[in-house]
Ligand binder design. Structure first.
Ligand code: SF4
Length: 99
Protein backbone atom coordinates (compact mmCIF):
# COMPACT_ATOMS: atom_id res chain seq x y z
CA UNK A 1 0.00 0.00 0.00
CA UNK A 2 1.90 3.01 -1.29
CA UNK A 3 0.06 6.23 -1.85
CA UNK A 4 2.83 8.78 -2.16
CA UNK A 5 4.69 9.41 -5.37
CA UNK A 6 8.17 8.02 -5.57
CA UNK A 7 8.17 5.57 -2.71
CA UNK A 8 8.11 2.60 -5.01
CA UNK A 9 11.67 3.22 -6.13
CA UNK A 10 13.36 5.50 -3.62
CA UNK A 11 15.89 4.09 -1.24
CA UNK A 12 14.67 4.52 2.31
CA UNK A 13 16.10 4.79 5.79
CA UNK A 14 14.29 4.30 9.07
CA UNK A 15 14.71 5.23 12.72
CA UNK A 16 12.66 4.81 15.90
CA UNK A 17 12.07 7.41 18.61
CA UNK A 18 12.26 5.21 21.71
CA UNK A 19 10.91 8.03 23.89
CA UNK A 20 7.49 7.42 22.35
CA UNK A 21 7.62 3.65 21.81
CA UNK A 22 4.85 1.76 23.60
CA UNK A 23 6.57 -1.60 23.23
CA UNK A 24 3.55 -3.26 21.63
CA UNK A 25 5.68 -4.98 18.99
CA UNK A 26 3.70 -4.24 15.86
CA UNK A 27 6.84 -3.20 14.00
CA UNK A 28 8.65 -6.38 14.99
CA UNK A 29 5.77 -8.39 13.57
CA UNK A 30 5.83 -6.44 10.33
CA UNK A 31 9.56 -6.45 9.72
CA UNK A 32 11.62 -8.54 12.13
CA UNK A 33 14.69 -8.05 9.93
CA UNK A 34 14.56 -4.31 10.65
CA UNK A 35 13.00 -3.91 14.12
CA UNK A 36 13.80 -5.75 17.32
CA UNK A 37 13.25 -5.28 21.04
CA UNK A 38 16.16 -4.65 23.35
CA UNK A 39 16.11 -5.73 27.00
CA UNK A 40 14.41 -2.45 27.89
CA UNK A 41 11.28 -3.64 26.04
CA UNK A 42 11.51 -0.90 23.42
CA UNK A 43 11.93 -1.33 19.68
CA UNK A 44 15.19 -0.47 17.90
CA UNK A 45 16.31 -0.67 14.31
CA UNK A 46 19.07 -3.03 13.28
CA UNK A 47 21.49 -2.96 10.41
CA UNK A 48 22.08 -5.50 7.67
CA UNK A 49 24.31 -7.53 9.96
CA UNK A 50 21.51 -7.80 12.52
CA UNK A 51 23.20 -5.47 15.02
CA UNK A 52 20.81 -3.35 17.09
CA UNK A 53 21.47 0.36 16.80
CA UNK A 54 20.98 1.65 20.33
CA UNK A 55 22.11 5.26 19.93
CA UNK A 56 19.14 7.67 19.85
CA UNK A 57 18.16 8.59 16.31
CA UNK A 58 20.21 5.84 14.69
CA UNK A 59 19.14 5.19 11.13
CA UNK A 60 19.46 2.07 9.03
CA UNK A 61 18.84 1.33 5.38
CA UNK A 62 15.54 -0.35 4.59
CA UNK A 63 16.07 -3.50 2.51
CA UNK A 64 14.21 -3.15 -0.79
CA UNK A 65 12.01 -6.19 -0.23
CA UNK A 66 10.87 -4.83 3.15
CA UNK A 67 10.01 -1.32 2.04
CA UNK A 68 6.25 -1.76 2.16
CA UNK A 69 6.37 -3.62 5.47
CA UNK A 70 8.39 -0.82 7.06
CA UNK A 71 6.10 1.87 5.64
CA UNK A 72 3.03 0.03 6.94
CA UNK A 73 4.66 -0.33 10.35
CA UNK A 74 5.33 3.41 10.46
CA UNK A 75 1.76 4.24 9.50
CA UNK A 76 0.25 1.91 12.07
CA UNK A 77 2.76 2.38 14.91
CA UNK A 78 0.69 3.21 18.01
CA UNK A 79 3.43 5.47 19.34
CA UNK A 80 3.81 7.41 16.08
CA UNK A 81 7.51 6.97 16.52
CA UNK A 82 8.77 5.18 13.39
CA UNK A 83 10.26 7.62 10.90
CA UNK A 84 10.82 6.48 7.30
CA UNK A 85 12.96 8.86 5.29
CA UNK A 86 13.85 9.07 1.63
CA UNK A 87 17.56 8.54 1.51
CA UNK A 88 18.33 11.15 -1.12
CA UNK A 89 16.87 14.18 0.66
CA UNK A 90 15.83 13.01 4.17
CA UNK A 91 12.17 13.80 3.46
CA UNK A 92 9.93 11.73 5.73
CA UNK A 93 7.58 9.65 3.58
CA UNK A 94 5.93 7.69 6.39
CA UNK A 95 5.69 8.47 10.07
CA UNK A 96 4.55 11.37 12.24
CA UNK A 97 6.41 14.01 10.21
CA UNK A 98 5.20 12.83 6.79
CA UNK A 99 2.88 15.13 4.92
S1 SF4 B 1 5.15 -0.29 16.51
FE1 SF4 B 1 5.93 1.68 17.30
S2 SF4 B 1 5.25 1.78 19.42
FE2 SF4 B 1 5.06 -0.37 18.73
S3 SF4 B 1 7.00 -1.36 19.37
FE3 SF4 B 1 7.26 -0.64 17.26
S4 SF4 B 1 8.18 1.41 17.42
FE4 SF4 B 1 7.31 0.87 19.44
Amino acid sequence: MVTQTGTETDELRVWVDQDLCTGDGLCVQYAPEVFEFDVDGLAYVKDGDGDLKLAPGSRVDVPTHLRLDVIDAARECPGDCIHVLRRTDDVEIAGPDAE
